[in-house]
Design a protein around this ligand. Sequence first.
Ligand code: F6P
Length: 366
Amino acid sequence: MKRVLVLTGGGDCPGLNAVIRAIVKRASQEKDWEVVGSIQAFNGVLWEPTEIRILDQKAVKGIHYQGGTIIETTNKGGPFEWPVKDNKGKWTNVDRSDEMIRKLQFMGIDAVINIGGDGSQKISQKLYEKGLNIIGVPKTIDNDLSSTDSTFGYQTAVQIATEALDKLVTTAASHNRVFGMEVMGRYAGWIALNAAIAGGADVCLIPEIPYDINIVKEKLESRFYKERGFGIMVVSEGARPKDGTMHFEQSDEVGYNNLKLGGVVHKVLHELRQAGLKVDMRDVMLGHLQRGGVPVAYDRVLAAQFGVKAFEMVLNEQFGQMVAYRHPDIIAVPLIDAIDRPNLVTLDNRIIQTIKGLDISLGADI
Ligand code: F6P
């Protein structure tokens, strides 16, 4: 019997279960393959005792529409940066990758499918360079991975943000208020731009285009006083003022190396008051609501396509590669290319023309 190990790494994302199910269903069509899952990314392999779960048809029954991941995930640590306490009680990282590869051999694992975002795929590439038979599957609500037209989870996040905006519009109109709604996306403004279009926002601030608070104020004033009597602004969590920096916290969680973004919308509203905007304003941070709950149909289908393709890549021994969507195909791309640079919004992207055509201000003279 041959064995493929599946794991989910990084922040969770709607559609992870649909990928896992598709891998298992496709693998079950082969007589000689078994699928096992590692709990909490590679932790399940590295822990003593290990936490590995058999993923058969029964284990994945009906999970295609469930949010989260049945094999859990983590965005801390990893085989190359495993946190340990030294004898002075200070946390340091140790590299356990060689030990992990040996453990995988001992466990009879023939191939690994790593479902994760940019951080997880960087780990996949490093493990591939060490000889591991590994394949990547791109996941993230942020849609910031290059080499693929889209990642699953992203459309669900846009849908959740749009539905929230629809709700804010009714209360904003009833109370004659300006609402700022913060969405996720890390360094990429895709969720913000799409939600702003779908939800009919007046302003959209994204990390790639630093904003000028006076331009934002003028736009909201004009929409409020001359046009609709309220205002709606979408703020991406990575938005930053021109001549300013992103708003973030350093995390004190052990093994967490990411900047903790979130809360910039409060800052933007404060800046608007200081700039002289006199209307009533409220803010909302959608946060992790965007990552929870059931995936929309589009994400379930993309996830299913990725899962089937990932297993077929195992059969074809296309290791060191990542599944990708390049319309209309699902293809394999080298992991090294996928992690080379993030997929950020550029000014020449058609979506910027659409935003401008709809008279949504990006808070900058562009
Ligand atoms: O990358 C996905 C994402 O949801 C980002 O949009 C957000 O900045 C980050 O993860 C939040 O991570 P955490 O779950 O660690 O708070």
